[in-house]
Design a binder for this molecule. Structure first.
Ligand SMILES: Nc1ncnc2c1ncn2[C@@H]1O[C@H](COP(=O)(O)OP(=O)(O)OP(=O)(O)O)[C@@H](O)[C@H]1O
Ligand SMILES: [Mg+2]
Length: 609
């Protein structure tokens, strides 16, 4: 519990002043509840008995309280009611109750507003931190986590935290103080009756404990199922085309039905744990009132308390028990918040498997050789790359070829330091990639990836992501370079056309050309082209290839291609097979060697002719 608040505290700390004022207002609200009972009782007595016999009450206090009651009697006046014709006097007396009510409710509002304000800001900070943290985690983490789980942690889990800081924290102050103020007041006036009425209090704890036990586990399960649901929705909404093409609508709906139903049991358990104890509490409140009546009946008539006492008593119980109910809920809310916070802080504590160096070295990729030495890599199970030794001279065009799954994209990923090699190293200009900041490294590499990700924004913005802050003229020049201007001009709004989620309104080739334009704009010394022209028709490919050839000048380029026609002129062709380099050389050397490359080449060129 303390650990939970300790983790939360750094986020609440900047807003502590308002939170504190909110809690003080909540405390005043609690105390005012006691004053309200006192006021009702006093007005009742003045109206019916025409005299507030405060001193008599104090005289009657139990012997142990005499030092206090006598001192109070010395300072508090024994109030007498005004004369019957003194309208103003009566109005003033009767307006005590609405007056206290205004103060009480102003305090209640301030408390709710300020604590929620602090909670909202603290939780927003947690969300921002969580999102930023996720952005900085390595690709390895994203391979293992689902989108739904991450969205769930950022949205619904933090929402539960908001609930605890916003309302539960305030209730933690107001509810006990309300109880204390009222019980304290009643106790001062009628100690025995008070004891009788609260004798059932401790029993309220039993259902809280019984039902609270499972809440944390269920709350965690509910959050987990919600993540599963988000995931399912995310996948089905983004995969609509496949779902429709393969008539999977019913299957997906059924899957959704099963996942949704799974949460019902757990959710009902949380609801039961919230509701049953509070219903019991109300029953115990009624039992308390019944006990008071029984006790009064048992007293001799001349010792029975007056109606004013009884009324104040019942009013007190009516106000106390919602506060008790709030405390019973509080227990469950804290358990739920703990479950949510575990998920949030678990993610925040997740370490980046590609750690940033403490003192990063400067990287100068321009005119620098790339040296890969004795490199091994796996994604966690079987080896994907083994004993890779490769030197790429500055300005060279190196082509990576090999059958699908041979590890070409993986090698490019390692160059971008999406992962670290399990053994061996990659050095650029003699500096190990692990010694430079990944920001510095990636700033010096332009990538056209195998799967081009575009965002639901304008064409202009999508290209601009290559180099933020580029001018319109630069963006347009990059688009021209990538042979994209023609199709952009045909789009409504041209460069300002919004291209839909993942660029859904564009053709595969158009998407690829935007990705190339993005890489052109980046103007980095190292260029990685992973099947950059695979989606283009032969004519466009030739045109884009010419543009790319121009772009490759004076840059170190790593080009991955299945279509060998695009890499015939490469300085070095590296052939990968099952994660190993099996051949290396120029096209002229390899095409007559009788190895893997020649086989690939013959297959492609002879089947064409
Ligand atoms: N994120 C990942 N987690 C686990 N294994 C992966 C991951 N990405 C790729 N692999 C595996 O690593 C191997 C190499 O994959 P890689 O993407 O590098 O192949 P490739 O040579 O680029 O193939 P292609 O020509 O089809 O693009 C494959 O066997 C693949 O299943
Ligand atoms: Mg690949």
């Amino acid at each position: 519990m303390i650990a939970f608040f300790r983790k939360l505290w750094p986020f609440v700390h900047p807003y502590r002043a308002r939170l504190l004022i909110g809690l003080v207002c909540g405390a005043l609200f609690g105390v005012t509840n006691g004053m309200l009972i006192g006021a009702v009782r006093a007005v009742f007595e003045l109206v019916f008995n025409h005299k507030l016999t405060l001193h008599a009450k104090l005289e009657n206090a139990p012997a142990w309280a005499h030092p206090l009651s006598h001192r109070l009697a010395a300072v508090v006046p024994d109030i007498t009611a005004p004369a019957d014709n003194d309208v103003l006097g009566w109005v003033l007396i009767v307006s005590i109750i609405p007056g206290i009510m205004i103060f009480r409710n102003t305090m209640s509002y301030c408390s709710a507003y300020l604590t929620n304000w602090a909670a909202m800001h603290a939780v927003t900070d947690i969300r921002i931190k969580l999102f930023g943290h996720l952005q900085n985690l390595s690709l390895g983490f994203f391979n293992k986590t689902t989108t739904g789980d991450m969205i769930g942690r950022i949205t619904s889990d933090t929402q539960v935290l908001y609930m605890i800081v916003g309302s539960s924290l305030a209730a933690m102050v107001t509810a006990p103080l309300t109880i204390l103020a009222i019980v304290g007041y009643q106790f001062a006036v009628q100690p025995t009756l008070t004891l009788v009425s609260i004798i059932v209090f401790p029993v309220c704890v039993v259902p809280i404990i019984i039902y609270g036990r499972k809440v944390r586990k269920s709350a965690r399960a509910v959050q987990g199922h919600n993540a599963e649901l988000t995931n399912l929705m995310q996948e089905s909404f983004t995969g609509t085309r496949v779902i429709k093409a393969y008539n999977l609508e019913a299957t997906v709906t059924e899957q959704f039905r099963i996942t949704t139903k799974k949460t019902v049991g757990q959710m009902m358990r949380v609801i039961r744990a919230n509701e049953i104890p509070s219903q019991f509490t109300e029953f115990f409140a009624a039992l308390g009132i019944a006990l008071v009546f029984l006790y009064i009946l048992h007293l001799p008539p001349d010792h029975r308390p007056g109606t004013d006492d009884c009324m104040a008593f019942i009013l007190g119980i009516v106000i106390i028990y919602p506060a008790v109910k709030q405390i019973t809920r509080l227990h469950n809310q804290i358990l739920q918040a703990r479950a949510a916070s575990e998920r949030v802080f678990e993610l925040l504590a997740m370490k980046n498997s590609v750690p940033e160096p403490v003192e990063p070295k400067m990287l100068h990729a321009d005119k620098a050789d790339i040296v890969i030495e004795k490199l091994d890599f796996d994604y966690g199970d079987k080896p994907v790359l083994q004993n890779i030794n490769l030197t790429i001279k500055a300005g060279q065009l190196v082509a990576l070829v090999g059958s699908t799954g041979s590890g070409k994209t993986t090698l490019a990923n390692l160059l971008l330091r999406f992962y670290d090699p399990t053994r061996g190293s990659i050095k650029i200009g003699g500096v190990d990639l692990r010694e430079v900041s990944s920001r510095d490294l990636r700033n010096q590499i332009a990538v056209v990836a195998q799967e081009n990700i575009l965002f639901n924004d304008t064409i202009r913005r999508n290209i601009e992501l290559g180099r933020l802050g580029a001018t319109d003229a630069e963006i347009e020049a990059a688009a021209k370079h990538a042979h994209a201007t023609e199709f952009i001009a045909r789009k409504p709004g041209g460069f300002d056309c919004v291209i839909g989620e993942k660029g859904v309104t564009l053709s595969g080739g158009q998407r690829q050309r935007l990705a190339i334009a993005r890489a052109v704009l980046r103007n980095a010394p190292i260029l990685v082209l992973d099947e950059a022209t695979s989606a283009l028709d032969t004519e466009s490919e030739r045109a884009v290839q010419t543009a790319l050839d121009e772009l490759m000048k004076d840059r170190t380029t790593i080009c991955i291609a299945h279509r060998l026609s695009t890499i015939l002129h490469a300085d070095v062709i590296v052939v990968l097979k099952e994660g190993r380099i099996v051949e290396q050389g120029t096209h002229a050397e390899l095409s007559t060697r009788g190895g893997v490359y020649q086989k690939l080449y013959d297959l492609q060129f002879h089947s064409k002719s």
